[in-house]
Design a binder for this molecule. Structure first.
Ligand code: ZN
Ligand code: ZN
Length: 364
């Protein structure tokens, strides 16, 4: 048992940094000195939702240094630099055994708990809920081994934090779901962490035309820096009209926001035989689709986290970053201290950042 500083949510939309207790890692778990963690819309949604079980410590895009390992842990050692992956997986169901951990339903069953149904966080003996078995808005975290991915020490912590969920989801949507070929045309709807990942990956696979769509002009300027050949300011111009005018309809549309409107736009921007990868949805209300478009041979595909296989894909992205082929620095807008988390959420809600990260000092 140790004391850690953690941002505890006790009522929706508010939090305070508190000193709380963190128990030792159980068998199959890893204790990590958290050094950075991304601030994601998934955190913000849970932060503001009345449905979230409080008290809870959010944070699910962490990274840091392994401090200790529980019994049976074999893939990481104390001192390793690690990315903390968002999705819990059991390792034993038919999906996990088939190498598809993103389809494992453990994440639904573990809500607020670790894989064994218990909690490691508490204050004065009262348990505090976990988030994605991670809770990395805290100076230390206990995380299941299957979510702890070693990366080279040359990758800076704030960059590691980008690889834990959002940006990796966008990268995976392009490389794992859509299989974009060089010269093909791509549109990306919404250029936060997920959309920026999609633009980066589309550029990395040499897509011919990459149209980035967002409400924010500064964000679009950054998208041009990282590979977008064209941009559409959604509040000013009609994205579907612009995209169809530029390309005649794209081969791939990546929806990275999760609103009914952007889902409709992504599908409507497709050319014959095109594919819309719906990547941003979570609790999205129903959307209307023009079914007549299906006679043009279009496909609409879903995914979660870009079908990322964390132990394969995250080290791959880390290598691309090290080689200069994945300019993730451009995606990192700002870093905050833990006691500035409220400001980080405000900036996220206002659409002022592509990705921001909470950074921590090294632990004792
Ligand atoms: Zn996330
Ligand atoms: Zn499983």
């Amino acid at each position: 048992m140790r004391e850690v500083e953690a941002a505890v949510v006790r009522e929706p939309g508010t939090h305070a940094v508190e000193t709380v207790a963190l128990a030792d890692p159980a068998p199959g778990e890893v204790l990590v000195d958290v050094r950075a963690t991304g601030v994601c819309h998934t955190d913000y949604h849970a932060y503001t939702s009345a449905e979230t079980d409080v008290p809870i410590v959010l944070g699910h895009e962490g990274c840091g240094v392994v401090k200790a390992v529980g019994d049976g842990v074999s893939t990481v050692d104390p001192g390793d630099r690690v990315v903390l992956w968002v999705l819990p997986s059991c390792g034993d169901c038919e999906y996990c055994r088939a190498g598809e951990p993103y389809l494992c339903q453990a994440r639904r069953e573990t809500r607020g708990r670790m894989m064994d149904g218990t909690r490691r966080l508490s204050k004065d003996g009262d348990p505090i809920n976990h988030f994605y078995a991670q809770s990395s808005f805290a100076t230390m975290a206990v995380v299941p081994e299957r979510q702890v991915v070693p990366v080279p020490e040359t990758v800076p912590y704030p960059i590691c934090a980008l690889l834990g969920c959002g940006v990796t989801t966008g990268l995976g949507a392009v490389t794992n779901i859509a299989d974009v070929d060089s010269g093909e045309t791509v549109a990306v709807f919404g250029c936060g962490g997920v959309g920026a990942g999609a633009v980066l990956a589309a550029d990395a696979v040499s897509a011919g035309t990459i149209v980035a769509v967002d409400l924010d002009a500064d964000t679009l300027a950054t998208m041009r820096e990282i590979g977008a050949t064209h941009t559409v300011e959604a509040g000013v111009d009609d994205p579907v009209e612009e995209i169809r005018g530029l390309t005649g309809g794209v081969d791939y549309a990546f929806e990275c926001i999760g609103t009914p409107q952007t889902v409709q736009q992504a599908i409507a921007s497709l050319g014959p035989g095109g594919t819309a990868a719906i990547t941003g949805t979570s609790d999205t209300p129903p959307a209307e689709i023009d079914l007549g478009q299906f006679t043009s041979g279009i496909s609409v595909v879903g995914n979660i986290v870009g079908f990322t296989r964390p132990r394969i894909d995250i080290p791959r992205y880390a290598r691309l970053y090290e080689n200069g082929d994945l300019p993730l620095d451009a995606v990192l807008t700002r870093t905050y201290a833990l006691d500035e988390l409220g400001a980080a959420f405000d900036a996220l809600a206002a659409g002022d950042v592509i990705r921001s990260v909470v950074e921590f000092e090294p632990g004792p």
